[in-house]
Design a protein around this ligand. Structure first.
Ligand SMILES: Nc1nc2c(ncn2[C@@H]2O[C@H](COP(=O)(O)OP(=O)(O)OP(=O)(O)O)[C@@H](O)[C@H]2O)c(=O)[nH]1
Length: 265
């Protein structure tokens, strides 16, 4: 009988030999014994081969598992690393935000929200250097609230604080976008007006003086406020502190002349 096409040759051969060995007519055939031995030998070899194939299969399986777990471990490490980088980025960002906030706080007057004296000194130094480099001038005005002690005495320190806040708003609203203003100390404010000739500066400062004189209420409290101003335009070759000194002298002159006015020096 022809072997089915799907069976491998050795399977066909084995089954034919087995059929021969099972045939009682060949029981005493001299070839029967060597054939049986050959079949036994062949089957032993085949079992060995199958064992080898199984071992080889399991080896491949283990190798593939190991490869997979290596890839997974690598991915995990990469993910951890990415997480660390994100944390480090966030940490650096918050450090930067914190240092910016600290720097801002160090430059700001907590009562009025305007720049403080340190802020103004930095701007003045910058403007002084720019003036030297580019030959552009600037004007400085120092303002002092008139009889502010009387405001405190009449309405209390808390209302005095509110008055300073309202005055700070008037100063800030009165200067131009590119001017600088801040609290110079106590009830004094400073305005730095870049590239502004004296007469233009006077017009700006006059507007602020008028705005302060127009304040008649701070919260529920009726007030009558005025302020005096000393104005100075930077002179060629002059140190910025000399310009400030002249503005200060002009302020004293304004006070001496009766307050609520702008004087220049
Ligand atoms: N409420 C309050 N008062 C302040 C603050 N800083 C300074 N002052 C007060 O401002 C007043 C300044 O008084 P003086 O230097 O005598 O001057 P003045 O009363 O304004 O009089 P002139 O400057 O001569 O017009 C003092 O009473 C200070 O206590 C502040 O932050 N809040």
């Amino acid at each position: 009988m022809a072997a089915p096409k799907s069976l491998p040759d050795d399977v066909v051969l084995v089954s034919r030999i087995e059929a021969l060995l099972a045939d009682p007519a060949l029981e005493h055939d001299p070839l029967r014994e060597p054939l049986a031995q050959l079949l036994g030998h062949f089957q032993t070899q085949r079992e060995r081969l199958e064992r080898l194939v199984r071992i080889s299969d399991s080896y491949h399986h283990v190798a593939r598992e190991q490869r997979l777990s290596l890839v997974e471990q690598y991915d995990k490490q990469v993910r951890r690393l990415e997480k660390l980088v994100r944390i480090s980025d966030r940490y650096q960002n918050s450090l930067r935000d914190l240092s910016l906030a600290l720097r801002d706080a160090a430059m700001r007057d907590p009562l009025t929200g305007l720049g403080n004296r340190r802020f103004l000194m930095e701007r003045l130094r910058e403007e002084g250097e720019r003036t030297q480099r580019l030959g552009r001038g600037f004007a400085v005005a120092i303002m002092d609230v008139d009889h502010f002690k009387a405001v405190n005495d009449a309405h209390g320190h808390e209302t005095g604080d509110s008055v300073l806040q309202v005055i700070a708003q008037a100063v800030e609203s009165g200067v131009r976008r590119y001017d600088h203003c801040g609290r110079w100390g106590g009830e004094e404010f400073l305005m730095l007006l870049p590239e502004t000739p004296l007469e233009a500066a006077r017009a700006i400062v006059e507007r602020i003086r008028q705005a302060i004189a127009d304040i008649d209420h701070v919260g529920e409290v009726r007030v009558s406020l005025t302020a005096s101003f000393g104005l100075a335009e930077h002179r060629d070759g002059e140190d910025f502190s000399a310009t400030i000194n002249r503005a200060d002298q002009a302020l004293y002159a304004a006070k001496a002349a009766g307050r609520n006015r702008v004087e220049s020096a």
